[in-house]
Write a protein that binds this ligand. Sequence first.
Ligand SMILES: [Fe+2]
Length: 292
Amino acid sequence: MIIKKIYSKLKNPLKSYLNRLGYYKNILKHDAKLNYSINQSDFAFIKNGYKINRNLLSKEDLYHFNKFYEKNQFLFDEKFLYLLKFIENKYEKSIKEYLGDNYILVNFAVMKTSKLSKSVSECWHTDNLGHKLNLLICVDGDGSIPTFYKPGTHKKKYFPSIFEEMRMSFNINLFLTDSAKIIFDHKKGDCTLFDANAKHRGSYQAGTMERKIIIIDFMNKDKFLDLRGHNENESNKSNIKYPYREMNEIKDYQLIPEKIFKDLLRFNFFSKDVIKNHNGKHYFQYSNLVED
Ligand SMILES: [Fe+2]
């Protein structure tokens, strides 16, 4: 009976771990050059793997970004274009410095977090994708729901971790103490950019107010395409579930109206490759379950 119980708890983490072993070499292949440049660089942002810009958001920025949180909102309209313009103006240079010129937006989510939020992100983890930059834009917050970051860990070569996988089944902080950490506290108007190859975790219990964060992920484009599974040999398809594979269910997607779509493609870092085409319409895979 106990064995059966343990087995059922271990089954999914094991499956997930084995799946990650199926594509981790694709990650390493694309990260090799980046690993080298990160380890050689003298730029503070690259050496540290993160940068925090306090109070970067203007009143106008906050006005537009708050609209993402209004009820029953379409995500992809003028405010999304405003967001991309903001990224282009304030972050394109830094992201290029880190990831190189050939980078794209690979994920976007609008998050609300409180001390009651239950999430696997509260355990130490990497995002399991090797080098990827996460931009966290704090639309509201008083610093009481921070992200913790282990300094220096962004330089490690990616390898899947069975212990991290277990956090899906057992909600405990496995094998890592809370010593030596940087705190991204996320106060209203702050923006934080960090390499999600580093160990990081959210910390929610001490939250005194709801935190609103817009999170946008960036990655090398060729790496993204590889992790979409599109480069697999057609005659020799594996059973690997790639992290950016296209989902079949359209309910996991948000419609991008035609008018906005054309404007989106004007941004160098917005690629057609992140779009799902369905019945002549364009969709963006959207999940507000992403981890911080
Ligand atoms: Fe994360």
